[in-house]
Design a protein around this ligand. Structure first.
Ligand SMILES: [Zn+2]
Length: 361
C-alpha cells in the first residue's frame, strides 16, 4: 500500500512524544529513523542529555544544501488527542499543526523521489525539545557542525504567508529578599512578598508604552512563602517577554533594570532567545516564493510572527529559514487542526524546490 501524507501523520500523532518524555520520544525517533533508513538515506540518531535527534541525509555530509526541519515534541494532551481525526476539511489531534505535519510531508517527498533521491543534496533534521528551549536539539546540532545553505522550517505562519521576522524571548526572574518572622509580629520580619508587589506593578505598567507587535510582557510565575503563618523571607516572579528586535530588548532591559535598582530587587535572566530576521532578498527565499505561488495558484505575502521558533538558532549561524505553513490553528489547544490538502501542497512546493535547486550536477 502506498502511504499518503495523512497516513504518515496519523502514525506520528499516535506517539505521545510530549517534550521531556524521553521514552516516547525515542519510540517516535526510531519510527522515523527506520523510515529514512529504508529509503536509503544516511540516518543517525544523535542524543543530547538523553533527548534524541535525527539527521538523515542523501549524501555523507553534515552540511546538505537544503535541510528540512521538524520538531516532533509536543505539548501534553488528553489521550483522545493522540488518535488523529478527520472532519469538515480538517485533520485534528495533538501535533497535527505544531508540527508533525511537516515530517509527514518530508516522508512523502522521499517516497516520491524514490531511487532518484541520491541525485539530490538535502537532509532531514528532526528534534524533540523545541517546546522546551531547543538546547538539546537544534542548538546542539548546529553547534556540532550540522548546517545547510537554506532550511525549510514550517513552524510558524498563517495561511501560507512567508515569515521573515520572529520575535525573540527573554525570560527573567525578579526577586526580593526579606526576613522571616511569625505573622503575628510582622515588625520583627521583612515581608519579601509585599515588597515585591510594587516592583511587579511598575514592570507591568511598562507594557502600555509598547505596541503588541514590538513587545509582549507577561507575569507567568509567582512564588513566595513557606508557611501561611510566616512572614516570607523570599519572593520571586518570572516574566515572559517577547521582543521584536535587539533595540527593543535593549530598551526594556534598561527600564526593568532601573526599576529593580530603585527598589533593591534582584534581576536575573533565566533564558534568552534571539529573534529571527531573514532577509527578504535572500536568494533561497526569493527562489521559494514563485514555486509556492505556482502551487497555490495565488500570490503570497510576507508576514511577521509574534512567536519564536528554532529558526533563531539557524539565524544566529547565518542560515536563512523558509518559514511557511498550511492553514491551521489552535496550536497547543484541544482543537488543534490543519486543513486537509495542506500537507500535499507543502510536499509539492518542497519537492519542486529540491528538484530545481538541490540537484547534484
Ligand atoms: Zn512548533
Amino acid at each position: 500500500m502506498i502511504k499518503t501524507e495523512e497516513d504518515y501523520l496519523k502514525d506520528l500523532v499516535g506517539f505521545a512524544s510530549v517534550s521531556g518524555d524521553i521514552s516516547e520520544s525515542k519510540k517516535c525517533a526510531q519510527y522515523c529513523a527506520n523510515f529514512f533508513e529504508d529509503k536509503g538515506l544516511l540516518t543517525h540518531i544523535l542524543e543530547y542529555e538523553g533527548y534524541p535527534s535525527i539527521i538523515a541525509t542523501t549524501k555523507n555530509t553534515k552540511q546538505p544544501k537544503i535541510l528540512l526541519y521538524c520538531h516532533l515534541d509536543i505539548v501534553p494532551g488528553k489521550p483522545e488527542l493522540f488518535i488523529m481525526k478527520k472532519t469538515d476539511g480538517k485533520l485534528k489531534g495533538r501535533g497535527v499543526f505544531d508540527m508533525k505535519f511537516a515530517c509527514a510531508s518530508y516522508m512523502k517527498i522521499i517516497d516520491r523521489l524514490g531511487s532518484e533521491v541520491k541525485n539530490y543534496d538535502f537532509g532531514v533534521m528532526l528534534v524533540f525539545d523545541e517546546e522546551i528551549g531547543g538546547h538539546n536539539g537544534t542548538e546542539a546540532l548546529l553547534n556540532n557542525g550540522f548546517g545547510c545553505k537554506a532550511c525549510i522550517l514550517p513552524d510558524s505562519g498563517q495561511d501560507w504567508n512567508i515569515e521573515c521576522n520572529a520575535k525573540g524571548a527573554w525570560f527573567l526572574r525578579v526577586s526580593k529578599a526579606g526576613k522571616n518572622a511569625h505573622a503575628s509580629v510582622p515588625f520583627e520580619g521583612i515581608n519579601a512578598a509585599e515588597l515585591l508587589l510594587p516592583v511587579v506593578s511598575k514592570i507591568l505598567e511598562l507594557r502600555d508604552s509598547y505596541k503588541y507587535e514590538d513587545l509582549s510582557l507577561n507575569l507567568t510565575k509567582n512564588f513566595s512563602g513557606a508557611a501561611m503563618n510566616q512572614i516570607p523571607d523570599y519572593a520571586e516572579v518570572i516574566f515572559d517577554i517577547r521582543y521584536r528586535d535587539e533595540s527593543i530588548l535593549k530598551q526594556i532591559r534598561r527600564q526593568i533594570g532601573q526599576i529593580c535598582t530603585e527598589n533593591d530587587a534582584k534581576l536575573e535572566t533565566v533564558e534568552i532567545g534571539k529573534c529571527m530576521n531573514v532577509d527578504k532578498d535572500n536568494e533561497y527565499v526569493k527562489k521559494f516564493i514563485p514555486i509556492a505561488e505556482k502551487v497555490l495558484g495565488r500570490k503570497i505575502k510576507h508576514a511577521d510572527s509574534a512567536g519564536s521558533t528554532d529558526g533563531r538558532y539557524f539565524g544566529s549561524k547565518g542560515i536563512p529559514c523558509i518559514v511557511i505553513q498550511p492553514r491551521g490553528g489552535n496550536r497547543h489547544g484541544d482543537d488543534e487542526w490543519i486543513e486537509t490538502g495542506g500537507m500535499e501542497k507543502l510536499t509539492e512546493m518542497i519537492l519542486q524546490f529540491i528538484k530545481q535547486y538541490a540537484k547534484i550536477s
